[in-house]
Design a protein around this ligand. Structure first.
Ligand SMILES: Cc1cc2nc3c(=O)[nH]c(=O)nc-3n(C[C@H](O)[C@H](O)[C@H](O)COP(=O)(O)OP(=O)(O)OC[C@H]3O[C@@H](n4cnc5c(N)ncnc54)[C@H](O)[C@@H]3O)c2cc1C
Ligand SMILES: *[C@@H]1O[C@H](CO)[C@@H](O)[C@H](O)[C@H]1NC(C)=O
Ligand SMILES: *[C@@H]1O[C@H](CO)[C@@H](O)[C@H](O)[C@H]1NC(C)=O
Ligand SMILES: *[C@@H]1O[C@H](CO)[C@@H](O)[C@H](O)[C@H]1NC(C)=O
Ligand SMILES: *[C@@H]1O[C@H](CO)[C@@H](O)[C@H](O)[C@H]1NC(C)=O
Ligand SMILES: *[C@@H]1O[C@H](CO)[C@@H](O)[C@H](O)[C@H]1NC(C)=O
Ligand SMILES: *[C@@H]1O[C@H](CO)[C@@H](O)[C@H](O)[C@H]1NC(C)=O
Ligand SMILES: *[C@@H]1O[C@H](CO)[C@@H](O)[C@H](O)[C@H]1NC(C)=O
Length: 587
């Protein structure tokens, strides 16, 4: 994942301006200790719930967030400075265990450690994924409807540069009255015209798609970003903006980490899990606090945080948790199993023009000055202006060995992203392409390293364990090569830097992928939802923990399959849906 935005090499300091906020950073400052709902994790999903549940003024809600506030974290506000947020105080800095499928390499897995969670540090791509992805989730599980649930989240807006966006998206599929800003990119790249021309010349798999957020995603189209008025829009800026965080029934405690969920009382033998123990991160031994939710405790600590917290609480495979010295509480062997992430490969192409054009420090300062002044220019976007979504064809021999892992025929197996030459308005020296295997079948695990809540868990994402996942990535490389054969590219003399071997060199390609493959940072499934009476799974379709009462899980960890795209829009949809479910059960 480090390579996704490798062109943004800014070394700007993380400017944090002290803010006059209504956030709380100490337990003693909490105006009360009784809450109806306690939400662990003020991340992508948690901030949505905090907002929606406090719409009822009589419901008192507490959010406990491990990271600091997002307020005035300058680099999080500037879309083009996204790369600087990794390996920063706003990143948990997780790594995987050595991955056999990646020749024993360990991979960095960033996660937001900040209010807004990963939505405050992510790449800002807004991809709803396909309607069949939602149908598949709804079929046996959570009843989730595209676009009804997702559209409560979206607040469509025009890009800050004010260009005419006609033909870049289909307004019929967008909502101007939701919460988080979504817009097409406001920073044109010289390669944009080439991508569109090649799409026109080749058609077929690469045909132009006016709006890949229409439910049908196949083809090549303009990117949509969680950017509004040139600034990042996150669940924190949108759902916890000043007028919401100001609600007197909402308290947001930052800098505190939940370390254990406790059994409160037993109702008919079923544990009631409404108490959470947490500590101040900077003085973990001095300050152990507990708070009990009158109605529900909601875990929104993300795909890693949620599963780790469950295991630390003895909720998981009883034998496994006991082996770490933890008293088992609820035997749910699926906690931390079936974890799924998408494999990723970045390829750089020399453009064969004008030698090496690396944006100079002076140019970067100029872009920053422009952004500061008008919220426009290269830093108002992320360098990727087009995405392509392609299926492995039906006639591929691979389907005689494997079942199609996609949710439906409108759903891609692979994604291309085109980053137009080092943020340069003129073609730079290189074009970066990103390839993602959208429908991996490899399944990984998350396990405790120890009972210490501050020790990172053992994360095994099983990248490229499955031959189908390897095949998919090889297919992505060959499909991209076909795209670059379009006459549109002739004057660019594209030459791959560190090129993958040729298509007929199966073993060479396998080695290449094992040496350079990475994570798309879209992990899901560590606390997966399953049908109510399924013998596996962690939560029921209403997102309540199985075999217990009082606890729901609402975040990316509940997705039993990864949707075919980037995961923030589905997380918004799940959180909006969950808020409705919770309201329905208590109002
Ligand atoms: C670098 C990167 C780039 C990405 N780019 C994109 C993109 O461009 N488009 C896209 O759609 N998706 C992208 N994703 C994925 C997407 O952002 C995530 O899938 C999604 O935001 C996850 O939401 P969540 O609510 O499940 O978890 P998070 O948003 O991670 O929220 C979890 C929150 O819980 C807090 N927390 C964790 N443990 C505890 C604890 N014990 N106590 C208290 N608080 C705790 C965390 O600090 C965090 O705030 C990207 C991810 C990464 C890492
Ligand atoms: C992540 O790593 C960076 C760089 O090493 C460090 O500055 C930061 O504090 C770390 N994040 C956390 C939450 O500890
Ligand atoms: C926050 O609440 C105070 C007092 O209730 C009010 O005066 C102020 O205008 C509110 N601020 C916002 C941004 O809504
Ligand atoms: C949960 O606590 C209750 C008492 O409050 C007890 O009866 C029950 O056995 C406990 N359950 C577990 C699994 O520890
Ligand atoms: C907290 O206590 C544990 C065990 O007593 C110790 O290992 C750890 O270093 C302490 N942490 C801090 C931050 O003082
Ligand atoms: C993993 O998911 C599959 C369904 O996709 C299920 O059959 C299996 O039981 C799950 N495994 C665990 C340990 O939850
Ligand atoms: C190459 O550089 C020259 C001079 O800077 C510029 O005028 C020209 O447009 C560039 N060519 C391309 C294809 O970008
Ligand atoms: C842009 O604004 C930031 C934050 O106020 C400041 O730190 C930086 O120096 C400014 N840069 C330029 C080039 O104006």
């Amino acid at each position: 994942m480090v390579t996704f935005f490798c062109v943004a090499t800014f070394l700007l300091a993380h400017v944090v301006v002290p803010a006059s906020s209504v956030l709380l950073d100490s337990f003693s400052a909490l105006p009360r200790t009784e809450y109806d709902f306690v939400i662990v994790g003020g991340g992508n999903a948690g901030a949505v719930l905090a907002n929606r549940l406090t719409e009822y003024s009589r419901w008192k809600v507490l959010v406990i967030e491990a990271g600091p506030t997002n307020e005035n974290v300058f680099n999080s506000r500037v879309p083009g400075l996204v790369a600087t947020l990794q390996r920063s105080p706003y990143d948990w800095n997780y790594t995987t265990v050595p991955q056999p499928g990646l020749n024993g390499r360990s991979i960095l897995i960033p996660r937001g450690h900040i209010l807004g969670g990963t939505s405050s540090i992510n790449g800002q791509f807004y991809t709803r994924c396909s309607s069949s992805d939602y149908d598949r989730l709804a079929l046996n599980h959570l009843s989730l409807v595209l676009p009804a649930d997702e559209s409560q989240a979206e607040r469509w807006t025009e890009p800050a540069d004010g260009h005419d966006t006609t033909g870049e998206y289909d307004p019929r599929f967008h909502n101007k009255n939701g919460m988080t800003y979504v817009s097409v990119s406001g920073a044109p790249q010289a390669v944009d015209a080439k991508v569109l021309e090649a799409s026109k010349q080749l058609g077929g798999d690469y045909a132009y798609r006016l709006d890949f957020n229409s439910g049908d995603s196949l083809g090549i189209g303009w990117v949509q970003l969680t950017v509004g008025h040139g600034e990042r829009s996150s669940s924190a800026t949108a759902y916890l903006g000043p007028k919401y965080i100001n609600r007197s029934n909402l308290h947001v405690l930052v800098g505190h980490q939940a370390v254990r969920v406790l059994n409160t009382t037993s109702r008919g033998g079923v544990p009631s899990l409404r108490t959470v123990r947490f500590v101040k991160k900077t003085e973990p031994n001095a300050s152990v606090h507990e708070v009990t939710a009158k109605k529900e405790l909601i875990l929104s600590a993300g795909v890693i945080g949620t599963a780790q917290l469950l295991l630390l609480s003895g909720i998981g495979d009883s034998t496994e948790v006991r082996s770490k010295g933890i008293e088992p509480l609820v035997n749910l062997p699926s906690v931390g199993k079936n974890v799924t992430d998408q494999p990723f490969l970045a390829l750089q192409w020399g453009l064969g023009i004008n030698g090496t054009v690396t944006p100079s420090d002076a140019l970067q300062q100029q872009w920053l000055a422009q952004w500061n002044e008008t919220r426009t220019g290269p830093l108002s976007s992320i360098g990727h202006n087009h995405l392509g979504w392609v299926r492995i064809p039906d006639e591929s021999p691979v389907w005689s060995q494997y079942e199609d892992p996609s949710s439906g025929r409108n759903t891609p197996h692979i994604e291309f992203a085109f980053n137009g030459g080092a943020f340069h308005p003129n073609p730079g020296a290189t074009l970066t392409t990103v390839l993602i295997g959208l429908q991996p079948v490899s399944r990984g695990t998350l396990a405790l390293n120890s009972a210490d809540p501050f020790e990172h868990p053992l994360l095994d994402l099983a990248f490229l364990d499955s031959d189908l996942d390897l095949y998919t990535m090889k297919y992505a490389i060959s499909s991209l090569r076909r795209f670059f054969k379009a006459p549109a590219w002739d004057d660019y003399k594209l030459s791959p830097i560190s090129p993958p071997p040729d298509e007929d060199d199966e073993e060479g390609l396998t080695e290449y992928l094992r040496n350079f493959g990475d994570s798309a940072a879209h992990a899901v499934g560590s606390a997966a939802m399953s049908a109510k009476n399924a013998p596996y799974g962690v939560v029921d379709p209403d997102l309540k923990l199985k075999k217990a009462t009082g606890l729901r899980v609402v975040d990316a960890s509940i997705m039993p399959y990864v949707t075919a795209g980037h995961t923030q829009a589905p997380v918004y949809a799940i959180a909006e849906r969950a808020a409705d479910l919770i309201k329905d059960s208590w109002k």
